[in-house]
Structures are given as structure tokens and as C-alpha cells.
Write a protein that binds this ligand. Sequence first.
Ligand code: UD1
Length: 440
Amino acid sequence: MPNPKREKRRNNGYSFVVNYLTINGGVRLSGRVQISGAKNSALKLMAASLLGHGVTVLDNVPRISDVFTMIEVLQRLGATVAFEGNTLRIDTSGEISTVAPYDLVRRMRASINVLGPLLARSGHARVAMPGGCNIGNRTIDMHEAGLAQLGVKFTFDHGYLEGIATKLIGKKVLLDFPSRGATENLMTAAVLAEGVTVIENAAREPDIVDLASFLNSMGAQVWGAGTSTVEITGVERMESTFYRVSADPIEAGTFALAVLATGGDAELAGAQPETMEIFLEKLELAGAEWAPIDDGIRISGDHRPQAVDFATLPYPGFPTDLQPQMMAYLAAAEGTSIITENVFENRFAHAQELVRMGADIRTEGHHAVVRGVRRLQGAPVKGSDLRAGAALVVAALGAEGQTEVHDFHYVERGYEDFAGKLRGLGGDVELVEETTSLSI
Ligand code: UD1
């Protein structure tokens, strides 16, 4: 899908500028790379800034296209936003609208994170049903059911979900599944509710902890984030704040695999090993080495990995957002790995592309059997979502010959200057702009 932002109308049709990445594989990565702030924290904190009535300053915000989409969402709602370097200033002191329109929400599922803050601030929200990566059915029934228990009345019309709450009242809410998005919308609604809200079976990801710390710095009273029970005592008012976004564990994991796929040795500055435990354990089982350093981790491995089985699960389980990249690494392992995807029902699209690079992978339902081959071969491939694209880059770095990863705009949603950072580690990588024409 061409990036709509780069679409240019011409007399006889349309032309689209799309990026692809060329990678000459087999170059050993080494040195040091700075891990950026976490996409999945930054987006939630940006949405939650709507709870304040002044200027919120967020530092260490990655310059990625999803952040620019969320900036547009906030601006459309009436906030004034400035983004310099990695510092974002969000002024919510003016009038804030409560309608999040389809043209923005369809581009990014995380736009749904404005639902909780708008309901808490204004008692009303009209939000288009979200879009996002093509990785399976992603409904928001748990968001709705949880918020309804706090007193929100929902209706659905013409593709929009509309919620009205004359008063939010704290309740105990038991989630069917530890959904991150549902946990976040409940937290951001409950901070201004009357009384105490207890979320049971809450998501425990590091971005939930980041969101709780951020909300508390605004004056909220949130306890237990990072465990399965989050308790929130409602307060009267939230103030704007300053907050530094934590490092991105998924970006760190992706770089770890990129380095290992080349038999390299590098420091991942800013990476927080305590948020990546099961992933690092699996790397050890594959024969890689890692060690904490002062400000991050060092990762190395100069031989072919051993096959490893793993299953994705909500945190602290193996993250689904690293499953494609780990599959790419294991595609060239010694032995057979069994991968089980438990979070999304349709997250193996990258397997077919890896097969085009010479991998031996069979998928059956939510299982994948990866029979390691000695070496992958460069090929033209395309990523169908953010992490699938990143996985193809990992595969290409270790492969023999040249790979072109097309539809690279998906990767740009979540990785800040991916090509530049890989080049900084010695990678032979180039971002190419291509104009594609469509006649009418
Ligand atoms: C977040 C992450 C995404 C990651 C995912 C799982 C952000 C912006 N995105 O997405 O990168 O892959 O967590 O770790 O943080 N579900 C329902 N009903 C709901 C909510 C969720 O059925 O109301 C299902 C989803 O379809 C999915 C699973 O629950 O199968 C996990 O969803 P959830 O944890 O909510 O993921 P997101 O917050 O959308």
C-alpha cells in the first residue's frame, strides 16, 4: 500500500513515492547503537497528555511516523504540538474536541488510546474504529466492556464508536485477556473517576508501567502497574507534566537479532535488560552471549544459532512484536525450531517472504516449524506490517547477496532512522526512494 502522505496526483493518474531498503548481507555488525524511546510508550503518553490543562513535555520521543500520526490526532483535537529533536511539547490548555476522525484513526490502532482521556476530560468521545498493522482481528470489545462498567454508555454508528459518561465511577473490572490497549484506556479514564477502580488481569508490559508513572507525575494515584492488579483512586484534576520515555525493548531486541544474524558484537546503549528477560534467555539458549554494561547491554555471537522453541504470550512472556525478527534469526539456525503465536491469529505473513529467501518454514494455524538452513539468500521481498518488515531486514543482514525490502514505510512506523543506525554499526544498507506510477 503506498504511503498516502506521499501521493501526488498527475493528469494521467497518480504517482507514489515509496521507500525500499537495499541490504548487502554478510557484513558483520559491530560498534554501538543508541536505542530510542519506546514507540508503544510514547504514543500512550501523548494520548494521556489530554488529561492535563497545560503544557506537557515528553523527552526521548522517537521520530517515527506513528508519532507524527499521533501528533496529527492531537492537533485535530485542538492541542498545540511542537516537536524538536526528540522533545515533544503538547499544549492542551485550549478547547479540546472529542471527535477522532477516521482518516487518522485508520492509519494507527493506537489512536484508540484517546478514548479514555477524552471520556475522563469531557465525558464524551466519538472515535472511528481503529486500523493499524495487518496482523489479525483486533477488536476493541474489552475497551468498551471495561469502560461501560465505569459508567460509559456506548453507541456505534457509521464506523464510529461514541461514548458518553455524565459521571465516571470507579469499579472492579476483570479483563478476559490482559489487553494492553484496554488496560490503558481503563487507566486513563479511571484517574478522574469517582472512587477506586481495580483492573484485574491487567496487562503488565513496560509501557503500562511507563503510563502509570506518567499519570502519577500528573497527580494521579495509580498503584500496582507491572502486576496483574492495577488500582486507581480517582482524583479531581490532573496537571501537565514533564516525562522521559523509556527505551524501546522491541527496538533493542530487533538490533540484538540484527547483530547476531551477522555473527557480530555490539553495544545497545539505553537497552534495559530487565524488560527483555525471556527474550535474552532464548538468545542464550540459541548460543548467543549478552552482558549488562553501564548504560545498556552488549550482545555477541560468532556462530550459527542453535534452534530454539518459543511461544508468544503477554508480558512477561515472549513478545509477539519480536516473533517475526526471531523467526528470521532462527531461519538460519542449526536444527528445527517450533514457534507458537498466541497473541494474534494471523502473524506469520513474514514466513512466506523468508521462504523466498531460501528459508524452510511451514506454518499450520498458530504454529510455525522452522527447519534451519545454512544460509539465507538475498531476494526482493516485502514486509506486510511493521515487525514483518524488520524481520526481513534481520534476515537480509545475515543473508548472502543483496536483498530489497519493499513497503518499507511499515518499518518507518516504528523504527527511528533504522537505515542510519544499521550503517553506524557497519551495515551495507541504503534507503532508496522509488516513484511508482498508476495510470487511470
Ligand atoms: C499492543 C501493541 C502491539 C502489540 C500488542 C500485543 C501498542 C500501540 N501496540 O497492541 O504492538 O503487538 O499490544 O502485545 O502498544 N483484543 C480483543 N479485544 C480487545 C482488545 C484486544 O480481542 O478489546 C485482542 C486482540 O485482537 C489481540 C490481543 O487481544 O489478539 C492483544 O491485544 P492488545 O494487547 O489489546 O494489543 P494492542 O493494545 O492493540
